[in-house]
Design a protein around this ligand. Sequence first.
Ligand SMILES: Cc1cc2nc3c(=O)[nH]c(=O)nc-3n(C[C@H](O)[C@H](O)[C@H](O)COP(=O)(O)O)c2cc1C
Length: 216
Amino acid sequence: MSISKDLQAMREHYDQEPLRRSDLSACPYEQFSTWLSDAVEKKIYDPNACSLATVDKEGHPSARAVLLKGMEEGGFSFYTNYNSRKASHLENNPNASIHFPWFALQRQVVVIGVVSKLGEQVADDYFQSRPSLSKLGAWASQQSEEVDSRESLEKAFLEAKEKWGDDPPKPPHWGGFSLSPVSIEFWQGGPNRLHDRFIYSRHQGGEKWNIQRLNP
Ligand SMILES: Cc1cc2nc3c(=O)[nH]c(=O)nc-3n(C[C@H](O)[C@H](O)[C@H](O)COP(=O)(O)O)c2cc1C
């Protein structure tokens, strides 16, 4: 049987207890922290991995995984190469979305907002906490540029190791972004495809969050 035939037969049953408005925290960050803690406790693989969607100058969207590395002052932060494709999209258009795919829990969270760069000191502090070999990887990779072979990449890594030893500084082109949300949607799967969806939204920079239930 071809895999495309199999696709039509692939069907999961969602069976979580109904999620009620009274179950939710008034603060979306608290609600997010509760669900993230659940994902950690249930040992979801890479619980802080999310998909980051950006758009290019022509309005073409693209998505890729990043790791959530902080939730400072209400922003969702991640780190990357400022010369990468995603960073050039964000420089041009700071509107972005991140999606947490906690499918094993029959849950997803979709965050939409506007990104800004994290300060150098914050990025430096986080960079210093990374394992030495990851730090060297950040020097070796011209992220999103074409590379002619695996060997070239490994050579660049060895050159970085030779130059910086075991304690490389943060490369100038490496840093973080923080996404300040205008909406955060929580989705939980329920029986008969009657899933629960709640969206918290606010005006950019506003304090007050409005909560609405959405049709599945
Ligand atoms: C689970 C996972 C986590 C990742 N985390 C990051 C990350 O935190 N930062 C990053 O720059 N790339 C990360 N990547 C690689 C990106 O998905 C992507 O390939 C890379 O950033 C280049 O994207 P771009 O060319 O669209 O800029 C991760 C990939 C996976 C699969």
